[in-house]
Design a binder for this molecule. Structure first.
Ligand code: ATP
Ligand code: MG
Length: 351
């Protein structure tokens, strides 16, 4: 290698289903981000899973094992599909993945909670707030002790106003509205719930639910996909929006890394081979692209190039591009290839 240029060997294991579609895109993104940081790759594509079974009769050929072990990192697409479901156990594509993990001695699985803004959930909250409500202050009580206090005040018209925006928004999205409050203990929340419930009659096409804020905080982490539009007060919205910003709405967005003590790491999207959409240019390539970013960061220590990829993904999302799994009204629906091209463009235009 020429001085100043770093060169890495990467084993690509496209595998089955949407694997080949998303890996070829992630490869291009990796190459492009690397070239801007003086990092070069030589790629070696090997067979694994059902593809290897069809080719040579085993899910993890010897040549694939030795290529993977000899490389600096391994990027995997996905393994499996209906076609091989009836195979005997040792001839199942998934066995290849277990064997690969064992061969690479990977033991630590990293799944970032994610740095991307969530994309299928919309949180609405009031601007009027307990932060500004009166009376408020710190004063001395009868016993001469200091007490601090705030007041949450919501007038009926203020609740109606935000609720209408929320119903209108939900109507244009997936027609689901969840109102978050603490009506079991807070007076302002009791009025909140009463007003929102009354308004629901005007929006028969919107499915309204109510949730206490403590439960909502848990549900957001447990299963964010259950939410479409959330409406809540200022203080709850303040807190929940930070939480929601750390959550993605689709497995098509989530990368993972499996690391060993010293050998090459294995990087792959969390999703499976998605045979239902394979070959249709519908797959979301972002999970695999973000896995390539993890490969740079955790596998090779190339933080700058990794950051370029993460920023490029955000860039494409900020421009409104969405594959079907994360699409919502007002965004631009694109296929797998076009999403990949937008990320590539975004890599190029970074300063
Ligand atoms: P595994 O193979 O890991 O057991 P699975 O069979 O449970 O996974 P997946 O193959 O991940 O599930 O697919 C689950 C659903 O998610 C399918 O409807 C699939 O189309 C969808 N899906 C998975 N990955 C993506 C992606 N990258 N983009 C869009 N949709 C996806
Ligand atoms: Mg599957």
């Amino acid at each position: 290698a020429s001085p100043g240029k770093k060169r890495y060997n990467i084993t690509l294991l496209p595998g089955d289903g949407i694997g080949p579609e998303v890996v070829s895109i992630a490869k291009n993104v990796l190459q492009q981000a690397g070239s801007l940081e003086g990092v070069e790759f030589s790629f070696r594509e090997m067979a694994v899973g059902g593809a290897a079974l069809d080719l040579v009769g085993v899910p993890l050929p010897e040549e694939t094992i030795s290529a993977a072990k000899d490389s600096d990192a391994v990027l995997l697409g996905a393994i499996g599909g209906y076609k091989w479901d009836k195979n005997e156990k040792h001839l199942k594509p998934e066995t290849g993945l277990l064997q690969l993990r064992a061969a690479l001695k990977v033991f630590a699985n990293l799944r970032p909670a994610t740095v991307l803004p969530q994309v299928t959930l919309l949180l609405l909250f009031t601007l009027t707030s307990i932060y500004f409500g009166v009376p408020r202050g710190i004063k001395t009580n009868e016993n001469g002790e200091e007490v601090g206090f705030n007041t949450e005040v919501y007038a009926a018209h203020e609740i109606d106003r935000i609720a209408r925006v929320a119903f209108d928004t939900a109507r244009k999205r997936r027609g689901k509205l969840c109102s978050v409050d603490k009506a079991n203990v807070l007076e302002a929340s009791i009025l909140w719930r009463r007003r929102v419930t009354a308004l629901a009659a005007e929006y028969p096409d919107v499915e309204l639910s109510h949730m206490y804020v403590d439960n909502a905080a848990m549900q957001l982490v447990r299963d964010p996909k259950q939410f479409d539009t959330i409406v809540t007060n200022n203080i709850f919205g303040d807190i929940l929006s930070d939480e929601a910003s750390m959550i993605t709405g689709s497995i098509g967005m989530l990368p993972s890394a499996s690391l060993s003590d010293s050998g090459p790491g294995l990087f792959e999207p969390i999703h499976g081979s998605a045979p239902d959409i394979a070959g249709q240019d519908k797959a979301n390539p972002l999970a695999t692209i973000l896995s390539a970013a993890m490969l740079l960061k955790y596998g090779l220590g190339e933080e700058k190039a990794a950051k370029r990829i993460e920023d490029a993904v955000l860039g494409a999302l900020n421009k409104g591009f969405r594959t079907g799994d994360i699409y919502s009204a007002g965004t631009k629906l694109v296929g797998c290839k076009e999403m990949g091209e937008e990320v590539l463009k975004s890599v190029d235009t970074q300063v």
